[in-house]
Design a protein around this ligand. Structure first.
Ligand SMILES: Nc1nc2c(c(=O)[nH]1)N[C@H]1C(S)=C(S)[C@@H](COP(=O)(O)OP(=O)(O)OC[C@H]3O[C@@H](n4cnc5c(N)ncnc54)[C@H](O)[C@@H]3O)O[C@H]1N2
Ligand code: MOO
Length: 469
């Protein structure tokens, strides 16, 4: 639907703070296109695709240029990694042996080790002992491997040893030499922006002369697990159940690139929830439970009270349809992207190198409301939270991949269904125990198949949402 058409039919925008409709049968129009994130979105009931597009439409956190190499692992490279030097930076021996000039025999006139200066120049008939990685002397044409030569005393006192090649020695020019610039030249793009910073990338950066890397910070997350009925230890008892989400979500979110700064259980109490939201300073606040319209489901009301603005309010996906995404006002003082780095992203008005342009707004904070049913909460993670966290961290990872259905995949009559599946050489097959309140199926699944209504047939290609394995 075009933005104009959507606007014409839109319900009262969330910014009006009117009552949000989030029942399962609310029939609100589809949202407008997500590619123009306006300051105030009408809160909408969204399709699965629209919801994840809206979540992914946020700007990345402002770039930091000062992340020490090892600390940068787990972030996403925010600018291309350009070579600051030729690599190798000089012609170097690739093997232990002798640097030689032309064919032998040669007189050995010295030795050069890795990191030590070579002789100024080698002339015809001369050689130096050389170690792997040592700089080649000017004039040397090749390296003779140690196993391909032997030395004998020189013909007279003071003359260097005589080096003779074995019959199988190979001495073509450049043999066993790593020429300067073999891997890259100064200014070459080594790795594009958006690449996850891995240990290997950090090693490359160090070799290329970097001490720090530019990266979007990992978004901070505070998790509020809502529900008076939740127990944090022991067996379920007295009508209460164990909190499954408090233990599950922090490591999951860390795997998605977030830095989880807090996780706590909050009772079904509106003032307590409001206070928790007001105290929270993270880039993303995640709540679990309380999203529906039960007597103690307070997330919508608490959001209104703290000035939150709903962006997505219910998604046409099962399980998990009551999930929501909202913008939160302001930002706290202790977030990674705040402090000296607060300000717009480079794309939105920095002066380069992450220095904020005076007057640019601080990055927006968000709340993701996950439904309480555990598999519904997982659906909220893959639909809203994972795309949001990736966008904040500047990650281009899709979070999904295609696979063929190995069997018919049951769907929902009119909504998208996220179905735990196992993958094999035959494709994606459903598992058992996939009710909204169950994690048994997911625990052995390889991903969540995105099953369009009313279902997929064996042989259809479906999208598989990644879950941590
Ligand atoms: N009248 C309607 N009622 C409900 C609807 C609806 O459309 N109309 N939708 C249902 C669906 S679908 C879901 S999902 C839930 C979502 O409700 P909430 O987000 O408000 O979640 P709660 O009511 O707080 O809890 C639901 C369920 O999940 C259990 N739970 C909650 N947190 C946890 C946790 N951390 N670990 C384990 N289990 C948890 C909770 O005990 C409830 O059993 O609303 C339906 N209702
Ligand atoms: O969102 Mo609910 O039961 O479909 O889990």
């Amino acid at each position: 639907m075009s933005p104009g058409a959507a606007a014409g039919d839109a319900p009262a925008p969330a910014d009006s703070q009117g009552p949000a409709s989030h029942g399962p049968d609310s029939q609100q129009p589809a949202p407008q296109a997500p590619d123009s994130p306006a300051p105030s979105h009408p809160a909408r009931r969204c399709s699965f695709d629209e919801a994840r597009r809206l979540a992914a439409a946020v700007a990345p956190l402002p770039i930091r240029d000062d992340l020490p190499l090892t600390a940068a692992v787990g972030h996403v490279l925010a600018r291309p990694l350009m070579a600051l030097t030729d690599l190798p930076p000089f012609d170097a021996a690739a093997m232990d042996g002798w640097a030689v000039v032309g064919d032998g025999p040669w007189t050995v006139v010295g030795q050069v080790l890795a990191g030590s200066p070579p002789p100024e120049h080698l002339g015809p008939g001369q050689a130096v002992g050389i170690a792997t990685g040592a700089r080649m002397p000017v004039g040397a044409t090749a390296v003779l491997r140690r196993e391909h030569g032997s030395t004998a005393p020189g013909p007279r006192p003071g003359a260097g040893p005589v080096l003779t090649p074995t019959p199988d020695a190979v001495l073509a020019p450049g043999r066993d030499v790593r020429p300067r610039g073999l891997e890259c030249r100064t200014g070459d793009e080594l790795v594009p922006s958006g690449t996850p910073i891995t240990p290997a990338l950090v090693g490359l950066a160090a070799a290329a002369g970097y001490d720090a890397l530019p990266a979007h910070p990992r978004p901070t997350v505070q998790l509020l697990v809502l529900g008076d009925e939740l127990l944090t230890d022991g067996l379920p008892r007295g009508g209460r159940v164990r909190d499954a989400l408090g233990p599950m979500l922090p490591p999951w979110l860390e795997r998605l690139g977030a830095r989880v700064t807090g996780c706590r259980v909050v009772g079904d109490d509106l003032p307590a929830l409001r206070a928790a939201l007001e105290e929270a300073t993270a880039d993303v606040v995640v709540t679990t439970g309380g999203t529906a319209s039960g007597p103690v489901d307070h997330v919508h009301r608490a959001l209104e009270l703290v000035g939150g603005r709903l962006v997505v309010d219910e998604v046409m996906v099962r399980p998990g349809h009551p999930m929501l995404l909202a913008r939160l006002p302001g930002r706290g003082p202790d977030t990674q992207a705040g402090g000296t780095q607060a300000g717009g992203t480079q794309a939105r008005g920095t002066q380069g190198e992450g220095i904020p342009t005076p007057g640019t707004p601080a990055p927006t904070r968000h709340l993701v409301g996950l439904p309480g049913n555990p598999l519904a909460a997982v659906a909220g993670v893959v639909t809203l939270l994972a795309p949001l966290l990736r966008a904040l961290a500047g990650s281009p990872e899709p979070g999904s991949f295609p696979a063929e259905a190995a069997a018919d995949l049951p769907g929902h009559p009119h909504d998208t269904r996220l179905l735990p599946v196992v993958l094999s050489e035959w494709g994606a097959a459903p598992v058992e125990h996939t009710g909204p309140g169950m994690l048994r199926g997911l625990a052995t699944a390889d991903g969540l198949a995105v099953v369009p209504a009313p279902g997929a047939r064996r042989g259809d290609v479906v999208e598989i949402m990644e879950v941590p394995t």
